[in-house]
Design a protein around this ligand. Structure first.
Ligand SMILES: *[C@@H]1O[C@H](CO)[C@@H](O)[C@H](O)[C@H]1NC(C)=O
Ligand SMILES: *[C@@H]1O[C@H](CO)[C@@H](O)[C@H](O)[C@H]1NC(C)=O
Ligand SMILES: *[C@@H]1O[C@H](CO)[C@@H](O)[C@H](O)[C@H]1NC(C)=O
Ligand SMILES: *[C@@H]1O[C@H](CO)[C@@H](O)[C@H](O)[C@H]1NC(C)=O
Ligand SMILES: *[C@@H]1O[C@H](CO)[C@@H](O)[C@H](O)[C@H]1NC(C)=O
Ligand SMILES: *[C@@H]1O[C@H](CO)[C@@H](O)[C@H](O)[C@H]1NC(C)=O
Ligand SMILES: *[C@@H]1O[C@H](CO)[C@@H](O)[C@H](O)[C@H]1NC(C)=O
Ligand SMILES: *[C@@H]1O[C@H](CO)[C@@H](O)[C@H](O)[C@H]1NC(C)=O
Ligand SMILES: *[C@@H]1O[C@H](CO)[C@@H](O)[C@H](O)[C@H]1NC(C)=O
Length: 565
């Protein structure tokens, strides 16, 4: 016990020296910044006050397009007049039937949701689900009440069932896309509204067989394209990486299966989507080590590796865009537990930097065209401050997690060669996660038209325990090729740590108020923005080289932006 205690104390004091090198002359291809996809179970919060405010922030993350995916766009309200938002639920009443079983389409709520996105610079990554009550083979019970103490299984109700009629299901899809084309114009819809993904086919979200899922997919795709032949469609949003044999069977089906909707061979597939989740755990206090949670980034990365490995084995599909349609540290945004206690603090953004940068590395290894790493987190209006859900903001106060997306939003252009002596290798992080030394990693991007170089550095460990700071020496070279004759650059050092870009520590400092004053709200809002470590400075370049030094606390993130001047 004495040994452990002294070890912990030592860890707190002794900083670790790390050297990072960036070679700006070595461009590795378009980074395509994938961290600009978001999603949630609950569609209706979009048009609530806090939802609107957060969407406006998401629309402004960077120059690249932000997308939003939500469940429940076709779910029936139950009771019929209740369109209020609640946890793990949402509804639009897009499809009901009259007493004779004739369809009644009503796009009012879907329009309201998509309008709210589009007015704020966010495009829908439209999900064609869940099953309307009038079409579900086993509709009752249909609604449910979920709270963080609920068993997850309470959610699997009528909406997860196969349709009573494939013709009616197909016609619903056709009518929806036709409506979008009429409302928004073909060009606009061709970009945003035409992607078909579906019910997560391999867990309780789909109460049908694999064959029935393929049938659902075929009818959805055929009818999207009947309304808009240029539409981009894809799927299958399978859970758990490839979901065992599901992803290969699905890819087989899209290539050489019998298309149930058309009778032809195969099915259109313009992009491929699957989900990856980490696996946090909580360990009780033992000896001098306090009780603490541990994230597990390798669980998520193994999902990504396994799915990429399957996709790369299909010569005709491997170049298609891939969206990791949920890419999160755990499996339930609306659940709260000790193991999920990472969501307010620095662990969430630093985990995200590690997970997404390794997704990019895995895409390179498998030759995958990675388009999106989607964060399944939004916000819940009318809940207490910092109540522990996996959300990006709380009562219009941005959590630290949102600032890592603001950082990613500044990483445009080409990926640049960068190494760190503190970075764990891809194979080691896949097999052991980050349980020994922290991962002091780097991701860099050069924007050739803006003449800017953005370097992200993080200091991450799976355990929510004190660990040493990293004393970093950052060598940048190769700028003479990029910015010929440039003698000095302007450096802006963005920082997420306990005293920067952190509304949570500010809130704790204020005494964790639930009833806030206007002055406190203003202070919290300001603290939630992406902040810098001091003012911008000038850095002398000698022969296109610069050497920078800084210290980075555990679970902190730095983004250094150098601009030619
Ligand atoms: C990074 O490491 C690789 C492999 O050792 C090496 O080829 C490359 O030059 C290094 N890059 C930098 C910027 O140091
Ligand atoms: C369509 O839905 C909206 C929102 O729920 C509702 O106000 C409206 O009455 C519905 N329209 C029809 C014709 O039922
Ligand atoms: C499908 O739904 C039925 C109820 O209609 C339920 O008993 C069964 O467990 C569900 N199956 C799956 C795989 O969720
Ligand atoms: C479809 O192709 C896969 C390989 O991609 C093969 O395993 C399967 O047998 C083929 N199925 C048919 C019906 O041809
Ligand atoms: C579609 O699948 C059903 C069984 O699920 C089958 O009866 C039907 O013949 C299939 N249709 C086509 C066009 O393949
Ligand atoms: C951890 O402690 C809690 C309550 O203090 C207890 O319920 C739980 O069983 C303990 N877990 C382990 C693995 O010992
Ligand atoms: C992380 O999760 C994976 C998948 O469940 C498991 O195999 C692995 O042992 C876990 N890693 C750690 C360090 O707990
Ligand atoms: C470079 O930055 C500008 C301004 O933010 C942006 O419009 C442009 O798309 C970026 N270039 C690339 C290749 O991403
Ligand atoms: C917050 O204020 C409301 C009345 O405005 C009061 O009912 C409630 O008890 C207060 N809560 C706290 C935590 O002070």
């Amino acid at each position: 016990m004495a040994f452990l205690l002294s070890l912990l104390l030592l860890e707190q004091v002794a900083a670790r020296d790390v050297s990072i090198s960036v070679d700006a002359s070595n461009l590795l291809g378009d980074l395509n910044q994938p961290a600009r996809y978001f999603g949630a179970d609950e569609p209706n919060y979009a048009y609530y006050p806090d939802g609107q405010a957060l969407l406006a922030e998401l629309g402004q993350l960077g120059p690249q397009q932000t997308y939003f995916r939500t469940h429940n766009l076709l779910t029936t309200c139950d009771p019929p007049n209740d369109v209020s938002a609640r946890l793990k639920w949402g509804c639009t009443n897009a499809y009901t039937e009259d007493a004779n079983g004739n369809p009644i389409y009503n796009w009012t709520i879907i329009d309201r949701i998509f309008d709210t996105y589009l007015e704020r610079g966010v495009k829908p990554y439209a999900q064609i689900s869940f099953m309307p009550k009038a079409l579900a083979t086993d509709p009752d019970p249909y609604t449910f009440l979920f709270d963080p103490t609920s068993s997850y299984n309470v959610i699997y109700t009528g909406w997860s069932h196969v349709p009573t009629s494939w013709q009616k299901w197909g016609e619903l899809v056709y009518q929806w896309v036709k409506h979008e084309v009429e409302l928004r114009g073909e060009d606009e819809v061709a970009v945003f509204s035409s992607r078909a993904d579906d019910l997560k086919p391999n867990i309780g979200y789909w109460n049908g067989t694999e064959t029935q899922y393929f049938e659902l997919y075929d009818y959805a795709v055929a009818n999207v394209r009947r309304a808009l032949p240029t539409a981009r469609v894809g799927g299958p949003e399978v859970a758990g990486g490839p979901g065992g044999q599901f992803l290969p069977l699905f890819l087989d089906h899209t290539i050489n299966g019998t298309n149930n909707a058309t009778g032809g061979t195969g099915s259109q597939l313009d992009f491929i989507s699957f989900h990856a989740k980490g696996l946090p755990t909580y360990t009780n206090a033992t000896g001098s080590v306090p009780g603490h949670l541990s994230l597990n980034v390798s669980a998520s990365l193994m999902n990504v590796r396994d799915a990429f490995s399957v996709i790369s084995s299909y010569p005709s599909q491997k170049n298609k865009p891939v969206v990791i349609g949920e890419d999160d540290p755990d499996g339930c945004a609306a659940c709260v537990s000790d193991a999920y206690g990472y969501r307010n603090n620095l662990m969430y953004p630093s985990y995200t930097a590690v997970a997404f940068s390794r997704d990019i590395d895995l895409a390179k290894r498998y030759g995958i065209n990675l388009e999106g790493t989607l964060t399944w987190a939004f916000e819940f209006d009318d809940h207490p401050y910092f109540d522990g859900f996996r959300v990006l903001a709380t009562n219009q106060i941005d959590k630290p997690i949102l600032n890592v997306f603001r950082m990613f939003g500044k990483m445009t252009g080409q990926r640049v060669d960068a190494n760190s002596t503190g970075q764990i290798s891809l194979d080691a992080i896949l097999s052991d996660s980050v349980r020994g030394e922290p991962d002091v990693g780097v991701l860099a991007a050069l924007n050739e038209t803006e003449h800017s170089l953005a370097i992200m550095v993080w200091n991450y460990h799976d355990d929510d325990l004190p660990k040493p700071d990293a004393d970093i020496t950052l060598d940048v070279r190769g700028l003479s090729q990029q910015w010929p004759g440039c003698q000095s650059a302007r450096l802006t050092h963005y920082r997420i740590d306990n005293s920067h870009s952190n509304a949570y520590t500010k809130w704790l400092e204020l005494g964790a108020p639930q009833n806030t004053t206007a002055a406190q709200v203003a202070e919290l809002k300001a603290a939630g923005m992406l902040g810098t470590l001091g003012k911008p400075t000038n850095v002398q370049l000698s022969d296109g080289k610069a050497e920078l030094e800084f210290s980075l606390p555990i679970h902190g993130i730095s983004l250094l932006v150098l601009e030619q001047q």
